[in-house]
Design a protein around this ligand. Structure first.
Ligand code: GRF
Length: 185
C-alpha cells in the first residue's frame, strides 16, 4: 500500500480526477489533502470523499511542525495539484525525488514565480504561440525547474482565449497526471 498526499488550493478538478482514477485500487491510499485556502473547492471534495484535510497558514508551512504533521501519514509521494506556495527546503530534502507538480505549460516556457493559472494562458496567447501543453515534473528548490517526467502538447488556435486554452489543458491534465502517479508508485 502506497500513501499519496495531495496538495491543492484551487477547485480541485485534478484531485477529483486522481481520486476517480484510483478509486477501488487498494494499493494506493490518499490519506490527506493539504490546502492553504479556506474557500478552496478542493475542500468540498475532501469532505465528500471522506479524506482528512489540513488547512495550513504560511508560518506553519515553513516550520518543521509541518513536517511532523506529514510524517504521521507515512507518505510515499507528495503530489502538487494546483498548489502555489514554494516548497520549503526541509520538505524537499525529507521527500527527495518524491514530490511532483503539474504545470499548465510546456516548461521551461511560461514557468516560474507568478506564472500560474490564467497568467500562463494569457502569456501564451499574447505571444502567439502555436502550441502549449502540460508538464509534470519533480519538485526541487526552484519554481518549475525540477526534472521533467512528462509533457503533452495541445494546439493553440487563433480563436483560443485563456479560458478555452485552460479547458483544453485541463483535459490533458486529467488524462495524464494519474498515469504518471501510477508509474511512480
Ligand atoms: C492546474 O491547471 C495545474 O496545472 C495548476 O493548477 C491548476 C489546478 O486546477 N498547477 P484544478 O484545481 O485541479 O482544477
Amino acid at each position: 500500500m502506497k500513501n499519496v498526499i495531495l496538495f491543492a488550493s484551487g477547485g480541485g478538478s485534478n484531485v477529483q480526477a486522481i481520486l476517480d482514477y484510483f478509486s477501488g485500487n487498494n494499493k494506493v491510499h490518499f490519506p490527506l489533502i493539504v490546502c492553504n485556502k479556506a474557500q478552496a473547492g478542493v475542500l468540498d471534495i475532501a469532505e465528500r470523499e471522506g479524506i482528512d484535510f489540513l488547512l495550513i497558514d504560511r508560518t506553519t508551512f515553513k516550520s518543521e511542525v509541518f513536517l511532523d504533521n506529514l510524517e504521521a501519514y507515512d507518505a510515499d509521494l507528495l503530489v502538487l495539484a494546483g498548489f502555489l506556495w514554494k516548497i520549503p527546503t526541509f520538505l524537499i530534502k525529507a521527500y527527495d525525488r518524491k514530490i511532483i507538480n503539474i504545470h499548465p505549460s510546456l516548461l521551461p516556457k511560461y514557468g516560474g514565480k507568478g506564472m500560474y493559472g490564467s497568467h500562463v494562458h494569457q502569456a501564451v496567447i499574447e505571444n502567439k504561440e502555436v502550441e502549449s501543453g502540460i508538464t509534470i515534473h519533480l519538485v526541487n528548490e526552484e519554481y518549475d525547474k525540477g526534472t521533467i517526467l512528462l509533457q503533452k502538447k495541445v494546439e493553440v488556435l487563433g480563436y483560443d482565449t485563456p479560458e478555452t486554452l485552460a479547458n483544453k489543458i485541463h483535459v490533458l491534465e486529467h488524462e495524464w497526471f494519474s498515469q504518471v502517479i501510477e508509474s511512480l508508485i
